[in-house]
Design a protein around this ligand. Structure first.
Ligand code: ADP
Ligand code: MG
Length: 469
């Protein structure tokens, strides 16, 4: 039946859409005039319903008759055997979001687990997000040490010399993902171990509440029973003397009892101003590893992994374009994918190069500042290491002429100044000189990859992404 459906659908839509949205579908069975199919994600399902419901209806009418129905099942979490696909009866109405796909709400800030739990009888919550795993953490040069140390710790918590394990690096580079992946791994392989994930901020609030409520003892007791303590963003403890003191005691107790401690921080321990030396020296007992910005290849791999998890197909050249344009951090990359999907479904179109370009443009425009003549002059002089007087002066040397032409080109691109005024900024050159410069650079951009790269870099000075036509 499904083969016949595909045949009908294929005739109605173009090749690219067919490949993207119909080839990944797995037919499950047909019973009682109902065809069951499996789709890779919630997003995928919604897309089908939004865009291809008529084509599908037609195919079902033809194969199963007017009363024929279609039932979707969505793969909730790929590779996770514990969560079998959930099936919905969906003739025409939408399913609710599968429970397992919903994010667990963040625990409320002032909740204090240590107050209410009898450790023996209650299953303790570890506050881990199960979506953060090693499987979906892409390895690259940027995180290799942290990842392998993390894996070692995950396999033998408290036993390796990586205790504490400290992962540091700037925002959006996967610290939380990595330390939670360690926690999830341990939780799944050593079910008797009490793994606890807590942000430093939450820890701090709990401590303050414990003081208020006179439950400090319960607070420490609670933490001292943890087998694997994962504490995120420890830089937050800076300057908080009493919280640090309490953490110090908990730390010592756990460490002495062979319990594993895993931390993250947004900067290297030596740069953690406002942190007590005795704590900092404890941090050095184990291993400190940094995570850095992913390189181009790793960015591609991360994008591919995310798209695959969402069951979305995007052409390689679009992926490369995205990886090329967003080089700040992984969170930003994810943000762009989400907007791309939103734009795609709002405008009912595929995610192609054009959509990628406009979406990126819009995102970048959001935090754009106006590009002024001065900022262009500054960027060009510092990028090419020429001085301002030479740039504006009469020199005909190649080292000066090229940057000067680039500056003119940028002014033409970014400001509304008439050519004559642009010339004025370069020692009163006339407009034909400016035209010549703009033409020269335009041609070089078309023909010389190095010039194109240089231009991309200059655009970054202004927080712009250069979009080639
Ligand atoms: P941080 O804690 O360093 O600010 P996060 O761990 O919150 O960063 O990462 C931001 C987002 O990027 C998360 O959704 C995370 O899953 C994703 N991410 C970061 N690094 C990777 C990676 N190497 N592979 C896959 N996803 C990643
Ligand atoms: Mg984080």
């Amino acid at each position: 039946v499904w083969a016949k459906c595909l045949e009908i659908i294929h005739k109605d839509i173009n090749e690219q859409s067919f490949k993207t949205w119909f080839e990944p579908i797995v037919p499950l069975n047909v019973a009682n005039q109902t065809l069951s199919i499996q789709v890779p994600s919630q997003f995928f399902y919604e897309w089908l319903e939004e865009n291809y419901i008529h084509v599908l209806r037609k195919a079902i009418d033809y194969t199963l008759g007017k009363n024929g129905m279609l039932e979707y099942s969505i793969i909730v979490d790929k590779g996770d055997k514990k969560n079998p696909p959930i099936a919905y009866n969906v003739p025409n109405q939408k399913p609710t979001v599968p429970v397992a796909a919903q994010r667990k709400p963040e625990p409320t800030l002032y909740e204090s687990p240590f107050q209410l739990k009898d450790l023996d009888s209650l299953e303790l919550d570890s506050y881990l997000n199960p979506h953060y795993t090693f499987d979906n953490f892409v390895e690259g040069d940027c995180n290799r040490l942290g990842r392998s140390a993390g894996l070692a710790v995950a396999q033998r918590p408290g036993v390796t010399s990586f205790n504490p394990l400290m992962i540091y690096g700037s925002v959006g580079l996967g610290k939380t993902h990595l330390i939670q992946a360690i926690g999830n791994y341990i939780k799944n392989t050593q079910t008797n171990k009490f793994v606890l994930y807590v942000t430093s901020e939450k820890f701090c609030n709990q401590f303050i509440n414990a003081i208020k409520n006179n439950t400090l003892q319960a607070f420490s007791n609670f933490y001292m029973q943890v087998d694997v303590l994962i504490i995120d963003d420890v830089q937050f403890l800076a300057g908080k003397e009493r919280t640090q003191e309490s953490f110090f005691h908990i730390f010592n107790h756990l460490h002495q009892s062979g319990k594993q401690i895993i931390m993250s921080s947004d900067r290297a321990p030596r740069e953690l101003a406002g942190m007590q030396d005795r704590l900092l020296s404890r941090f050095k007992w184990g291993l400190t590893a940094d995570v850095q910005q992913p390189d181009f290849e790793t960015r591609i791999a991360i994008l591919q992994k995310k798209l695959q998890a969402d069951g979305i197909y995007i052409e390689d050249k679009v992926i490369e374009y995205l990886a090329h344009s967003i080089d700040t951090n992984v969170r930003e990359m994810e943000g762009v994918i989400v907007s791309l999907m939103a734009h795609a479904s709002l405008n009912r179109r595929e995610i192609d190069m054009e959509l990628a370009r406009t979406t990126l443009k819009n995102i970048v425009v959001d935090n754009e500042k106006e590009v002024t003549v001065d900022s262009i002059l500054d960027a060009v002089t510092s990028h090419f290491d020429v001085n301002m007087a030479d740039l504006k002066g009469k020199s005909r040397k190649k080292e000066t002429v090229f940057p000067r032409q680039i500056a003119m080109y940028l002014m033409k691109e970014f400001t509304n100044l008439p050519l004559k005024s642009i010339g004025y900024h370069f020692g009163g050159r006339d407009h034909s000189t400016v035209i010549h410069a703009v033409q020269t650079i335009s041609i070089m951009l078309e023909t010389d990859k190095e010039v194109e790269k240089t231009m991309q870099k200059l655009y970054k000075y202004f927080n712009r992404v250069r979009v080639k036509n």
